[in-house]
Ligand binder design. Structure first.
Ligand SMILES: O=C(CO)[C@H](O)[C@H](O)COP(=O)(O)O
Length: 272
């Protein structure tokens, strides 16, 4: 196993050890390659999972749950008012404030739904994903769009300052544009690196300063384009903040676990 895979596994094992609840009832399971180790770690706990329901974030996630012998319940089959105890997921990039870019693996709408339905959203990744600002190593924002509106959204994104946004293709170009689990398209929109709150506190006031966006403002500007289903920026409230505000959870993780090259796991907790 490569050191990156070892790092993902170490992060997953620690995250599950610290956040998998006793007598878990509802657990969200994200998508991607790192989440595989989360499911592995849950199985390795050796706890009774017969009463636990696992909520997938897409096709790959559901297969993972089922293949592990766990019980999958789709998001739209969760009884009304149910709050997930915890949701685990990967990320493409995570900043100092635990804002995330997600959607590199073509799931983001269901991932956001599941994260926001959980008391605690926990992010698990390897050290390549850990950056001070979003769009440092990972260069674009995935955006899920209605196919009929895709060209319009591309134009609006360019007006917002995205450089050459493109509709994501299948890895086999003969198969055309990639479709999400919702049968939508994904647009990958490159933007310059984004400001984080610390930058703003340091004196830069507002957004678009020198072509640099503040995370929440850019997410909102993209989300309001007609045709956009969801934006691959997870920001704003964390679980406890959202609960205090009368909601369920937040899209920003309460904690993020990063497997480091030296075998250690670095943990970042969100400032509430
Ligand atoms: O957002 C996602 C899927 O759309 C994934 O969580 C993200 O791409 C991270 O994937 P991986 O664990 O394979 O690095």
């Amino acid at each position: 196993m490569s050191s990156v895979e070892e790092a993902k596994r170490a992060a997953a094992t620690t995250a599950v050890a610290n956040h998998y609840p006793k007598n878990a009832q509802w657990v969200g399971i994200g998508s991607g390659t790192t989440i595989v180790y989360v499911v592995e770690a849950i199985k390795a706990l050796g706890v009774d999972t017969s009463a636990t329901r696992y909520v997938p974030t897409g096709y790959q996630s559901r297969q993972l749950i089922v293949n592990a012998g766990l019980t999958a319940v789709e998001f739209d089959a969760i009884p009304r008012g149910t709050v997930l105890d915890v949701a685990f997921d990967g990320a493409d990039e995570v900043d100092d404030e635990l804002n995330c870019i997600k959607g590199g693996g073509a799931c983001l709408f269901q991932e956001k739904l599941v994260a926001m339905q959980a008391k605690e959203f926990i992010c698990v990744a390897d050290s390549r994903k850990l950056q001070s600002r979003l769009l440092t190593n990972w260069k674009y924002i995935p955006i899920e769009v209605a196919p009929i509106a895709a060209f319009r959204v591309l134009r609006k994104l360019t007006e917002l300052g995205s450089i050459n946004p493109t509709i994501r293709s299948n890895s086999n170009p003969k198969e055309g544009n990639l479709k999400t689990d919702q049968d939508f398209f994904l647009i990958d929109a490159p933007f310059p690196p984004m400001l984080i709150q610390a930058d703003l506190d340091g004196g830069l006031n507002g957004t678009g300063t020198g072509g640099v966006w503040e995370v929440a403002r850019l997410a909102r500007e993209i989300k309001q384009i007609a045709g956009v289903l969801e934006v691959g920026i997870f920001y704003g409230q964390t679980g406890p903040q959202a609960t205090a505000a009368g909601g369920v959870g937040g899209q920003r993780p309460v904690a993020a676990y990063f497997g480091m090259p030296d075998g250690s796991v670095s943990v970042r907790n969100a400032i509430q």
